[in-house]
Ligand binder design. Structure first.
Ligand SMILES: *Cc1c(COP(=O)(O)O)cnc(C)c1O
Length: 419
């Protein structure tokens, strides 16, 4: 599905001209395509149909209420990592009994909140956490379902900061210790051992690491299944990679499915998936306006009104994002695309062939639907961007642009200086 493309020389989001959105809602502006979100979900679900997975949208990738709602409406569950994300599910109307809760640092308050809302299960990262969940469940007077996160020690070829399945990372339990840990956890009061979880990293472009990880956890799953009738789920995480460059081949859902489905069928547990980026990454643009064009002896700079506070991926992971002109042009100029923030690291693209632009021109930064707005901040006391959700020929504002008052909300005025 070609969601963002040109018609009569103008960039469109589905059937809406991007320029019209920028003029109506201002810039910087996140523009999301509901058509893309739904198509990605259905593509993955179809590819994995043989195991009929529960697809839990990873809310940290894009936590806007309308985005969560879009996935809830087509049957998705949610993968959450904080009490705040659980609150968002409730606000968006996603049934928490389809939610799984991950993260290495869950507090007792978050755990009790999730038990009261009867989430599907916690993915547990340490033995101490299992004890804490048991204590919380007892004080709430309920039983909590848990799935231990196992670290299969595979090394997917991805950025170090988003690789989570090697034994050096803080995530999960190493496989050798997992069986004993599961047995101890299953014996805790108010705990039901519901399954096994793994998530080996993000933006993984080949199916082999997923298959290798599954092969490593399969014996443990079989063993636990034979020991505990409560063990029903195998959650294989997210991490499916997408295309960030026009030349980059994404992970093909069909190839992913053929690598993992045979092992999953052999294991025979209910399958849970936790994709984030795959569902939303290429369904979002960050639209911005060129504020200044500046040349120095070495470089040309396009200075835009979006900065690292709006989209931090280039600064944080050296991530590549394609940059599209909103009014089509084939002319390119070599330049840095930089934001207004007082940091050398505030860039979107460095020394790149970019659409030739003048002051006032609109540009669209592609692949901004995942880990874009959710990682944005108010650094430099900048107002966080507005967001719109496009569906066919319609567009709806789903996040208002912040105003100055939002910046100081929650802060207490200093006492007046004494004369
Ligand atoms: C971040 C995360 C995901 C989603 O990762 P994507 O690369 O966006 O698919 C899934 N599961 C867990 C436990 C995560 O931390």
């Amino acid at each position: 599905m070609n969601i963002f493309g040109y018609k009569h020389g103008e960039l469109y989001a589905e059937r809406v001209p991007v320029r019209r959105l920028a003029e109506r809602y201002g810039t910087p502006l996140y523009v999301y395509s509901r058509g893309h979100f739904e198509a990605q979900y259905h593509t993955l679900h179809r590819a994995m149909a043989e195991v009929d997975p529960l697809i839990c949208f990873s809310v940290k990738s894009n936590s806007n209420l309308s985005v969560i709602r879009t996935f809830a409406d087509i049957g998705a569950g949610a993968d959450i990592v904080s009490g705040g994300e659980l609150y968002r599910l409730l606000q968006a109307g996603l049934d928490p009994s389809k939610a799984v809760f991950a993260g290495v640092g869950k507090t007792s308050e978050e755990i009790e909140f999730a038990i009261r809302e009867n989430i599907l299960f916690f993915t547990v990262e340490s033995e101490a956490e299992a004890v804490r969940i048991s204590d919380s469940a007892r004080s709430v007077g309920a039983t909590a379902r848990i799935a231990f996160r196992v670290n299969p020690d595979v090394n997917p070829d991805t950025h170090l900061y988003v690789s989570t399945g090697r034994k050096e990372t803080k995530f999960g339990l190493d496989i050798e210790r997992s069986l004993a840990a599961c047995e101890r956890a299953a014996a805790l009061p108010n705990i039901e051992l519901a399954g096994i979880h793994m998530h080996i990293g993000s933006q993984i472009l080949a199916p082999e690491p997923f298959a290798a990880a599954l092969e490593r956890v399969a014996p443990l799953c079989m063993r636990l299944r034979s020991l505990y009738s409560s063990v029903r789920y195998l959650d294989i995480g997210g991490g499916l990679g997408i295309s960030y460059h026009s030349g980059q081949a994404p992970l093909d859902p069909a190839r992913y499915a053929s690598a993992v489905v045979p092992v999953l069928k052999e294991i025979g547990l209910s399958v849970v998936l936790e994709p984030g980026r795959f569902l939303v990454g290429n369904g979002g643009l960050l639209v911005c306006r060129v504020q200044y064009v500046k040349d120095n002896a070495f470089r040309k700079f396009l200075i835009i009104d979006a900065g690292m506070n709006d989209l931090i991926r280039p600064s944080l992971y050296e991530a590549h994002h394609d940059v599209l002109p909103v009014r089509h042009t084939d002319r390119t100029c070599r330049a840095d695309l930089v934001g207004p923030i007082c940091e050398t690291g505030d860039f979107i693209a460095l020394d790149r062939e970019l659409p030739c632009s003048e002051q006032g021109d609109l540009l669209a930064i592609a692949s901004a639907g995942a880990y874009g707005f959710t990682m944005s901040s108010n650094y430099n006391s900048r107002l966080r961007a507005a967001a719109v959700l496009v569906h066919g020929g319609r567009a709806r504002l789903i996040r208002k642009r912040e105003v100055f008052k939002d910046l100081v909300r929650g802060e207490l005025r200093p006492p007046r200086a004494r004369q």
